[in-house]
Design a protein around this ligand. Structure first.
Ligand code: ADP
Ligand code: MG
Length: 392
């Protein structure tokens, strides 16, 4: 990705507007999980080390009617202060307007100003030029470190980038480097593993990665539709009738590189207390039962396919991993990905949760922070928030 980063520009004593993703979960008015705040720290610390004055902006939730207290970014302030000990962290109760402008202009070198939720202004999602100009006026340089929002052309992701020198933050840079490897410059052998509930959510990813990867391993609910397209009986399993033709066409063209489940864990209903058995897929799913996880033979098959690969990209769980009886396949694949010795890239909210749940996060080369953004990237689309950054 030929985009400038914070390492390419002089930030010494500059006022820098940084778009971060502080859209964190709250519980009882406090940050319940600070992963996203931590993910922005390398960039913030890099800027502070160069005596920049750091102005942070982010969206938070989906306020519909302007400022609503439940969507305030104020609860992030204590969490951020804790992660940046000894730094003065200020808060602007509105992200634009004369008070925010004054706070930004008087911010000293090495200080941080957190701006209130950009979505309190309708100009944010409309990418309104006037609103973008007000944000841009706070700073001399713009840094985008919010990869998870880069698929949206909003004022704080695209509008400001047109008005200031615009560069990628370190998190954004890592996302572009690793996801770029997956779609632009993969090492081979390259194996893609796809799962999750539906083909229709990920058809663009399947099609694009089939152009790049040597093999594609498919599990989860989306495998059902492929198996149905092969004429197998699937009982009461989730099957997308509307995607059967697509599945058939993909198998026709790329069938030799698509690996489907050989066996499955089926339940007599959708629930943690379902009756459970393991069946061979070729024998079909009994009437009224549903495929809710891949079976041990499939795990073995997938493990063999991963053997010796140089790059593995995984998106989408292999089964209904939220329910303990159907979590084994996803956990086993998580271990295969961590153990295979390849550069490993995992994206997608549920797959990432599964990696964390299995305690394997530290053994994955890159865990993407962007859900929708990483899917669009893997589809081969150019994200507007990335496109808007200065070329190198
Ligand atoms: P990600 O967030 O990693 O991109 P998805 O959101 O596409 O993944 O898919 C995750 C969801 O798919 C989970 O809620 C999981 O329960 C569901 N799922 C996986 N396998 C099946 C299946 N066989 N039947 C029904 N749902 C499934
Ligand atoms: Mg998901």
């Amino acid at each position: 990705m030929n985009k400038q980063t914070v390492l390419d520009v002089d930030l010494q004593r500059k006022r820098v507007l940084v778009r971060v993703d502080f859209n964190v979960p709250l519980k009882d008015g406090a940050v319940a999980d600070d992963t996203r705040i931590r993910a922005a720290l390398p960039t913030i610390q890099h800027l502070l080390a160069q005596s920049a004055a750091v102005i942070l902006c982010s969206h938070f939730g989906r306020p519909k009617h302007g400022p609503e207290p439940e969507f305030s970014l104020r609860p992030v302030l204590p969490a951020l202060s804790e992660l940046l000990p000894g730094r003065k962290i200020n808060f602007a109760a509105d992200c634009v307007g004369s008070a925010a402008a004054n706070q930004a202009q008087s911010l000293a070198a090495g200080e941080v100003l957190l701006l209130e939720n950009t979505r309190f202004h309708s100009g944010e999602e409309k990418n309104d030029p006037g609103f973008a100009a007000q944000l841009a006026a706070h700073a001399e340089i713009y840094v985008n470190d919010a990869f998870g929002s880069a698929h949206r052309a909003h004022a704080s992701t695209v509008g400001v980038a047109k008005l200031l020198p615009a560069v990628a933050g370190l998190l954004m840079e890592a996302e572009l480097r690793y996801l770029g490897q997956a779609v632009l410059t993969p090492q081979h052998p390259y194996v893609a593993i796809l799962g999750g509930a539906k083909i229709s959510d990920k058809i663009g990813v399947i099609q694009n990665l089939l152009q790049k990867a040597d093999k594609m391993l498919i599990g989860g609910g989306m495998a059902n539709t492929f198996l149905r397209a092969q004429g197998l009986a699937l009982g009461a399993s989730l099957v997308e009738e509307s995607a059967l033709d697509t599945a058939r066409a993909l198998l026709h063209t790329h069938g030799d590189r698509i690996l489907l489940p050989l066996d499955a864990v089926v339940g007599d209903r959708f629930g943690a207390d379902a009756k459970v058995q393991t069946i061979a897929v070729a024998e079909g799913v009994p009437d009224g039962w549903r495929m809710l996880d891949i079976g041990p033979q499939t795990v073995e098959r997938f493990g063999a396919a991963l053997h010796g690969c140089k790059l593995v990209v995984w998106n989408g769980p292999m089964g209904v991993f939220e329910l303990a009886p159907f979590a084994a396949g996803t956990n086993a694949v998580a271990r295969l990905v961590a153990d295979c010795g390849a550069t490993s890239i995992v994206g997608g909210g549920d797959s990432v949760a599964a990696i964390h749940g299995a305690g394997l996060a530290r053994r994955i080369t890159h865990i993407s922070t962007g859900g929708g953004a990483s899917l669009e990237f893997l589809e081969g689309r150019i994200l507007p928030g990335v496109e808007a950054l200065n070329d190198r």
